[in-house]
Design a protein around this ligand. Structure first.
Ligand SMILES: [Zn+2]
Ligand SMILES: [Zn+2]
Length: 157
């Protein structure tokens, strides 16, 4: 019989949810079932780029009692604590994801899909831009718009 080395260890999403709720609690925030559902839904999102409205709709499937203003207030609190980053992708509403998940974004202006780019890829370019212009760039979350591989005209079919 093979035993798990950490039988009592929670699943990664559960641990991450509890870590964030602990921060909320330490910050003086109340932990309600609604807030727990919001954080869980945020961490479970496959695309990691949800708008506040999308998140509210997802939470309300299982928790119809959680209203939109609760979702917005919770997102604001998490953003103020530095847990979440709010990023404007230039199309529609701003999206949220975890602040420690650093990456850049390629955003398709036609289908609005988002492709994540490793932060290191743009590092040398950003160094040069800052040296040449004195501009301080928003390093973790650069957004570049264009047409994705599916939307590009003339793509081979
Ligand atoms: Zn992102
Ligand atoms: Zn596209």
């Amino acid at each position: 019989m093979i035993e798990s080395p950490h039988p009592s260890q929670p699943r990664p999403v559960d641990a991450a949810v509890e870590a964030i709720l602990d921060e909320l609690r330490a910050d003086g925030g109340r932990i309600t079932s609604g807030r727990r559902a919001i954080v869980r839904s945020l961490l479970s999102a496959d695309d990691h780029h949800v708008t506040a409205d999308e998140l509210a709709s997802r939470v309300q499937v299982d928790h119809p009692d959680v209203n939109r203003s609760t979702v917005y207030r919770t997102l604001d609190a998490l953003e103020a604590m530095g847990v979440l980053s709010r990023i404007s992708l230039g199309t529609g509403g701003a999206v949220y994801h975890l602040a420690d998940h650093a990456h850049h974004h390629l955003v398709c202006t036609r289908c609005r899909s988002v492709v994540e780019v490793q932060p290191g890829l743009l590092g040398p370019v950003m160094d040069q831009l800052e040296a040449q212009t004195g501009f301080s760039l928003d390093r973790p979350h650069v957004v570049i718009s264009g047409l994705c591989a599916s939307c590009r005209p003339g793509k081979p079919s």
